[in-house]
Design a protein. Structure first.
Length: 365
């Protein structure tokens, strides 16, 4: 209990002012969970009593946002943050930016032209706390949500704040928008870039248990479903690397392996001809270089997946996963055993090379 309180208090001190109410609810939830249960029941009852309105023009001055859990890792935080943007897209209501904890706020550069929640409050715009809804888009009726928002707005501007922990299954939906914002940062080109010029650069992100994971008992047991949902054996990644090397040519590719641990833990990867180990690197440096990849091998990790969303290259990702993995020209779904899918994966790689024609048109060129 003391450890949880310390973590919450640390996150409280680091977070922007808009998060203070969120962390107060977290503290109450840890100390008096029944109070929070009553609070969430109250939000549900209040929402269920709202009668839909027909005049959706009332929404033209309204906003929607989410206040993500900054106590979690940045991948989880971004899942909740991005959900606010997804709801804005799906409802057609303007998005209000909720500032992230520094330095991520400055690094990601996601605000763009959107006003911040703090700015809206200073302008006197009212807020309405939403109850938590299902993450599955098939279970969400955005038409009804808009009609209820219109009823609540009447003739006033309102900023609707999504429920605590609200997430979205189709999290990759706003990838293009976020990618453009990230790459519009004035210092984007000045950031550390480990890519090898005139090579097809493949980033391999292998998630291993970090300090935050070790505070979560559910991932301590390597045989548990929680562990298996987050971590893949090295054989999985090496098989994908060898398929890529065989199809594209060992002299043409450069593998950059990002993970935690020492070299001995990844000795089997030394069979790859051109390999650079990027172990225990700064998380910001790791994230940025994953976004720069020509090809990115994604771990079943929110951190890895969000970097993939910002990466315009080809992504190989384990499927199924707890979020939807897109099935398109950028995202390639991979099952438990990559070698059993070698023919299909090779076709995608050939198509990727054909699309870029020559190395000079690759992202690394």
């Amino acid at each position: 209990m003391k450890l949880k309180f310390k973590l919450i208090f640390k996150a409280f001190k680091e977070a922007p002012v808009d998060y203070w109410g969120f962390f107060l609810r977290m503290y109450i939830s840890n100390r008096w969970p029944q109070i929070m249960k009553l609070y969430h029941n109250m939000l549900d009852r209040r929402w269920n009593k709202v009668k839909p309105a027909d005049n959706l023009s009332r929404l033209k001055h309204c906003y929607v946002t989410s206040i993500p859990n900054t106590r979690a890792g940045i991948g989880h935080t971004l899942s909740e943050y991005i959900t606010g943007r997804i709801w804005a897209h799906k409802t057609g209501v303007s998005y209000a930016h909720c500032q992230l904890v520094e330095p991520w706020e400055s690094i990601l550069y996601f605000q763009g032209d959107a006003p911040t929640l703090r700015e809206l409050k200073k302008r006197g715009i009212k807020t309405y706390k939403m109850p938590r809804h299902p993450s599955d888009p098939k279970k969400l009726d955005y038409k009804e949500i808009k009609a209820k928002w219109a009823s609540l707005a009447k003739e006033e501007a309102v900023c609707f704040i999504l429920g605590d922990g609200q997430n979205a299954y189709d999290i990759a939906y706003p990838s293009q928008e976020l990618r453009q914002l990230y790459r519009s940062h004035p210092d984007f080109e000045k950031r550390l870039d480990v890519r090898e010029k005139n090579k097809i650069n493949i980033s391999v992100h292998i998630r291993r248990r970090n300090q935050a994971d070790m505070l979560n008992p559910s991932v301590h047991d390597v045989n548990s479903s929680a562990y298996r949902a987050r971590y893949l054996e090295s054989d999985y990644f090496l098989s994908l690397c060898q398929i890529i090397e065989e199809v594209l040519g060992a002299d043409e590719v450069q593998f950059n392996l990002f993970s935690q641990g020492d070299l001995e833990a990844f000795s089997e990867f030394k069979v790859l001809k051109n390999l650079r180990f990027c172990l225990e690197t700064d998380q910001y440096e790791t994230f940025h270089n994953l976004t720069l990849s020509d090809i990115l091998i994604v771990s079943p990790s929110s951190f890895s997946f969000k970097a993939g969303m910002l990466c315009p290259g080809l992504k190989f990702a384990k499927y199924p996963w707890w979020h939807e993995v897109p099935d398109n020209e950028e995202w390639i779904r991979v099952g438990e055993d990559p070698l059993s899918e070698k023919a299909r994966l090779s076709q995608h790689l050939h198509a990727f090379v054909k699309l870029h024609v020559t190395k000079s048109t690759f992202l690394s060129g």
